[in-house]
Design a protein around this ligand. Sequence first.
Ligand SMILES: [Zn+2]
Ligand SMILES: [Zn+2]
Length: 344
Amino acid sequence: MIKDYYQILGVDRDASEDEIKRAFRDLSKKYHPDLNKTKEAEEKFKEINEAYSVLSDKRKKAEYDNYLKYGFKDNFVGDNFGGFGINFGFEDIFKDIFGFDFNIGNVGMKKKYQPLIVNITLSFEDTYFGCDKKVKYSRKNKCKNCDGTGSQSKSRKKCSKCAGSGYYTEARGRNMFIKTTCPFCYGSGQEEPQDKCKHCDGTGAVNETLEVSVHFPPGIKPNDGVAISNKGHYYNDGQYSDLYVRVARVINNTNYDRIDDNLVLYYDVDYLDVLKNNNIITVKHIDGKEYKIDISSNSRKSFEPYIVPHRGFTKNSNFVVFINIKFPKIKKEENIKKIIELFE
Ligand SMILES: [Zn+2]
Ligand SMILES: [Zn+2]
């Protein structure tokens, strides 16, 4: 479904260029995230921009109008129409209308930094039951001396090349726009400080060791992790990356194993017990609960594991017991004869 961009901007289908521009300007002021902090405003703002990016572009508007008149056109959406979204010519629209009064970097396309990854080791039990761990790590935090600006006087100028957005939009051909990190400020959106902070050498960030409490949910898998917002590095555009604490290793000193999300136990039964008809064995779940299993050949097919449903690492997985009957190595012929006699 394609949205009604005229309705979004609150103008008639035959609105003039100026009317569309005016409607967009009024709505943008009303819903700009810097001025309106509600969640709806952010969504609304994206919608308005999407609408305007189409209706302000003669060629796109013509295509769009055609669609409204004659119905859906195959190549109207999808890749050919990729420029339709919020990223399309965004900076240009603002340059045109506001002359960079707003900090574009904050508008719905805030740069997302890679998370800071910290690897930890958990025990097998930790992954089964879940656990809370204190995790110590080092990161770059905001320099207090310069308030993260990197400047002794705490003042930094917006990068004049990208107007503080940290991005550069280049036109490549008729219908292609390529967005790249601004090569002058390396994406920070700011000029190099003239009076570098002595504490952080102008970077705005200093090393610190931090300890956080992390909750790992029951059933967490190796290589999975827990993300904690804004506990990663500080960047001198004022943002923090997220922290991602990854379960890099699981040490298993138990008799249990994990296959997918099933809790698995390999249980050895001595052949003598089987011979003596001691057919009921007791196995223990990792949480201590005991289960009795009848291993007599009448009650179960050989090699078939014993399964306790919903007792695995997750509600949808099982506790699976593989029973292995251990036979001794019989070397002498006469011993084998004796054993055969037992069965006769
Ligand atoms: Zn500093
Ligand atoms: Zn720049």
